[in-house]
Design a protein around this ligand. Structure first.
Ligand code: ZN
Length: 247
């Protein structure tokens, strides 16, 4: 009775007239859902604590083999105010939440790494860090966990260590000869170097990556292609984020 957990609100969906269903990435229970009864009423004392992309503490009754619970109370631990005021930052938070929603396991299984990545990402976005940099590192971390990172150490075809191109189809780098044979355009050296760095780094290296290179929106888009292709999952919120960069 009266179990407590702290987690990130990944998603909120309408449920009945006055209720919401919250998808939460919690520290103790992995990804779980709460029915937040009555929070759409103006008089609800929990209404202000159920915003997506915030960190909150929830009171509920835990029952084994369940992943949907009735929320008793919620209170915000971190609001991430700047993140919610900036369009690109909030769109990047939505993409992060989407990725975590799709890639974390249900209640009962550990989501500790995902929890930490989410915390680092929301904190970085709230601190005004480049949303493309944050998303690139989130995707790199998730691909590392699932063993689907692009191979950026050698040509995926012949093993040569001189890279000339990135190929989504081949799952990573190609040398000049293999790229030509496959009809894949060669990339600039600095683009390959930056892509390799992003694949090797993670959220915990954000400051180092930031001081070495300037991530481009194209890098994030390319990493997304790898993430979606090799996981078979679609990150729907990315298209809105992507449109913010159209000039
Ligand atoms: Zn080759």
């Amino acid at each position: 009775m009266n179990d407590k957990t702290t987690g990130f609100i990944l998603r909120q969906a309408d449920y009945k007239e006055r209720d919401l269903i919250l998808t939460v990435l919690s520290q103790e229970y992995g990804r779980i859902s709460f029915i937040a009864a009555g929070v759409k009423k103006l008089s609800s004392k929990n209404a202000g604590s159920v915003l997506p992309y915030t960190k909150a503490e929830f009171l509920f009754d835990y029952k084994e083999k369940r992943n949907m619970f009735r929320m008793k109370t919620a209170h915000t631990v971190s609001l991430y105010r700047y993140l919610h005021e900036d369009l690109k930052a909030s769109a990047a938070a939505a993409v992060t939440a989407d990725i975590m929603d799709l890639f974390t396991s249900h209640e009962g299984e550990s989501s500790e790494r995902e929890y930490r990545i989410t915390e680092q990402a929301f904190t970085a976005l709230n601190g005004g860090k480049d949303p493309d940099l944050v998303l690139a590192l989130v995707m790199s971390d998730v691909m590392r966990i699932f063993g689907i990172l692009p191979d950026v150490d050698e040509c995926t075809e012949c093993g040569s260590t001189t890279a000339a191109a990135v190929s989504l189809k081949h799952g990573g780098f190609l040398c000049a000869r293999c790229a030509e044979e496959a009809g894949i355009p060669v990339s600039k050296k600095e683009d390959l170097k930056r892509f390799r760095l992003l694949c090797k780094a993670g959220m915990e290296h954000l400051e180092i990556v930031e001081s070495h290179t300037e991530v481009r929106h194209e890098d994030t888009t390319l990493l997304l292609s790898f993430l979606e292709t090799y996981s078979g999952l679609k990150i729907r919120s990315f298209s809105f984020y992507h449109r913010l960069f159209d000039h």
